[in-house]
Design a protein around this ligand. Structure first.
Ligand code: FAD
Length: 613
């Protein structure tokens, strides 16, 4: 399977739009400059194309296999894993002290788009392994760090996060897995976790599970949960491997997509011989796990963006190749030849919508990652400000990007007609693989509840006011541009809609029911407004860059035919021109949905409460 990504857009967003160059001036990134960062990006795309995309079909068709408690992955996954670990890609963001590359989050996000887009099932292992390494580095004892961090971040040992149990899905606090303290300070673990990504496989000699479990007499709910490091194979004091730690994989799920990622049921301690090691303090499990989950939520949103980007590139190539029907300009001429389907208006609309949503997702994810870098780099109030932006935007990254990621894969499949539904093309796999991002790491419904109930009122509503205030400033700047004026006013109308709704909703006597009922559309409305604001901001920059090229080349835009011919032969000018068209398209097509959703909410309709189900 081929993998293509719009690297030009990634580089535009990173180096022309966002202040990545300024970020690199920080002492922490002294080893990095724009030139070697570009090399990292180019190399990551090469690995995504040559290694990960090369085994994406094997992952889907052969998939993970379970045999008598042992899970195996296709041979091609092993080859790719070796290349990825040898290149140090799991430690992309990790501290150089532990062998990491120490790159900024924003670059990690860009690289992980390539990895997720080329093979999401494979990349899940990288994501979880990285997450476990960072958790032990951040919260482990010196001994735990010594034993685990370097090996995990090098990918010699893989990692998992184990929250879910049969009765404890969204309701994590209902977990029953038990942890009883031994005399030597370790814990005896018994219980069963389900749906564990990468719970068992043969890519690595050991797997380090981070498991939420309950100590005896702990309070009910999430407050009673503690977090444990539980290796699949026991680790001796000198770091060598010992005997099995009594962690048994008794099943993997048959599922819709990501077949190359084993989704495992893990039984801990069926022979009373499973030892776990407390990470942090007793009762702090959920608090710690949120660190891993918040990072993973941005990564899962990235899966939506990555699937959308890959599906769009592939659909675009197909639309140029596939000949079907006459041009709409020659509808009356039965003798006219068939044309590439990219000439049909409906296909063009689907392709431009796919591109627009992909670029909006990329903008939201990269900007959030930039805020995360700023939070890490700065101190005091400024650091807290950026932290609050990340917290506010995390559910939008996760839910908005995964939801629209699936929609984009749907449009891209549709571009293929019947061939899209067959396994001759990757369109159907992109769609099947993308759906899970709406479900795991907290379903999108739960993300929306977190957004409306916790993130919007956070700090007296300051972070949301500031983010929407930035959108208002974008409107103010764009409204004086003749081409962007109308889209800018649409942004202003959508902002007004959000302001009106938040005022009205809080005054209603049934405010709680209305907010619970409408959390997902409310999240979608804000996500759409933020997406439009960022794309318009990019469009204004693109217009300046395009104007400079046109001036240098002495090209005018009045003669439409000559201008179009110029764009066809000048990739850079065409790129900037398309950025502007993409932003306009997004504003016209996406922003009116904010008013439509707003109208539905403001009507006060509550039938789901009254319908008999
Ligand atoms: C392929 C795959 C990989 C996974 N990987 C992992 C992993 O590595 N580690 C791990 O721990 N888990 C993992 N999971 C589990 C995943 O995180 C859960 O499936 C998810 O959190 C939802 O839990 P559930 O399936 O029990 O659904 P439920 O919690 O039963 O939810 C069902 C529906 O009810 C809704 N709902 C539930 N509670 C509320 C509420 N209070 N208000 C409104 N709506 C509500 C949900 O939004 C959803 O629509 C994975 C799952 C899958 C399918």
């Amino acid at each position: 399977m081929d993998y293509k990504v719009d690297l030009r857009d990634v580089k535009f967003q990173l180096f022309e739009w966002l202040p990545t160059a300024k970020l690199l001036e920080a002492e922490k990134f002294a080893d990095w400059d724009l030139e070697n960062i570009e090399m990292v990006l180019d190399e990551a795309v090469k690995i995504a194309q040559q290694q990960m995309a090369a085994c994406n079909e094997d992952g889907d068709r052969i998939g993970a296999q379970w045999n008598d408690g042992v899970v195996t992955l296709p041979e091609s996954f092993h080859t790719a894993y070796q290349t990825v670990t040898e290149g140090g890609w799991i430690g992309l963001l990790a501290n150089p002290e532990y062998g990491g590359m120490g790159l900024p989050e924003i670059i990690g996000t860009a690289v992980n788009e390539f990895f997720n887009g080329s093979n999401v099932a494979f990349s899940l292992t990288l994501m979880l392994t990285r997450g476990v390494g960072h958790m032990i580095e951040g919260f482990g004892t010196e001994e735990q760090k010594r034993l685990f961090v370097e090996k995990v971040l090098a990918g010699q040992w893989a990692g998992t996060m184990c929250l879910t149990e049969a009765q404890a899905g969204s309701d994590v606090g209902a977990s029953k897995t038990k942890a009883v303290k031994n005399d030597d300070g370790s814990y005896q673990i018994t219980g069963e976790k389900i749906f564990i990504t990468g719970g068992d496989h043969d890519l690595t000699e050991n797997i380090i599970h981070l498991v939420l479990a309950r100590t005896p007499d702990a309070p009910v709910g999430t407050r009673g949960l503690s977090l444990f490091i539980i290796p699949k194979i026991k680790v001796n004091a000198d770091g060598s491997l010992g005997e099995s730690n009594d962690v048994y994989c008794n099943n993997i799920e048959e599922k819709m997509g990501i077949h190359g990622s084993p989704t495992c049921t893990l039984v801990f301690g069926q022979n009373d011989n499973c030892r776990g090691f407390l990470l942090g303090e007793e009762g702090h499990g959920m608090k710690l796990m949120f660190h891993m989950m918040n990072a993973a939520r941005i990564d899962v949103g990235l899966q939506g963006c990555a699937a959308a980007g890959a599906a769009h590139q592939q659909a675009l190539a197909y639309a140029h190749e596939r000949l079907q029907s006459r041009s709409w300009k020659e509808m009356q001429n039965p003798e006219a030849p068939q044309v590439p389907i990219v000439e049909h208006p409906d296909v063009r609309r689907m392709l431009l919508s796919s591109k627009a949503y992909t670029e909006a997702m990329r903008a939201i994810l990269l900007q959030t990652s930039y805020y995360l870098d700023m939070h890490h780099l700065l101190e005091g109030e400024e650091s807290e400000k950026y932290k609050s932006y990340v917290e506010l935007l995390t559910p939008i990254c996760k839910a908005w990007c995964s939801e629209w990621g699936v929609q984009v894969t749907h449009w891209c499949l549709q571009v293929h007609g019947g061939y899209g539904y067959t396994s001759d093309y990757p369109a159907e796999q992109y769609m099947r693989d993308a759906e899970i991002a709406c479900i795991y790491e907290g379903t999108n419904g739960i993300q929306a509840l977190d957004f409306v109930a916790r993130k919007l009122p956070m700090n007296g509503g300051k972070p949301i006011r500031e983010i929407l205030g930035a959108a208002e400033k974008t409107f103010q700047r764009a409204k004086s541009d003749s081409e962007l004026m109308e889209p800018a006013w649409m942004l202003a109308a959508a902002l007004k809609q959000i302001e009106t709704i938040s005022k009205e909703l809080t005054k209603r006597p049934d405010a709680i029911q209305m907010v619970l009922l409408n959390a997902p559309p409310l999240l979608d409305m804000v996500g759409t407004v933020v997406g439009a604001h960022l794309l318009l901001d990019q469009a204004m920059l693109a217009k300046t860059k395009l104007a400079a090229i046109l001036e240098e080349k002495g090209i005018g835009t009045q003669d439409k035919k000559a201008y179009k011919e110029f764009l066809t032969g000048h990739a850079e000018a065409a790129f900037y021109h398309n950025k502007v068209q993409t932003a306009i398209h997004f504003c016209y097509r996406a922003l009116p949905t904010v008013a439509a959703k707003g109208a539905a909410i403001r009507s006060g309709e509550r039938s789901p409460f009254f319908a008999i189900m």
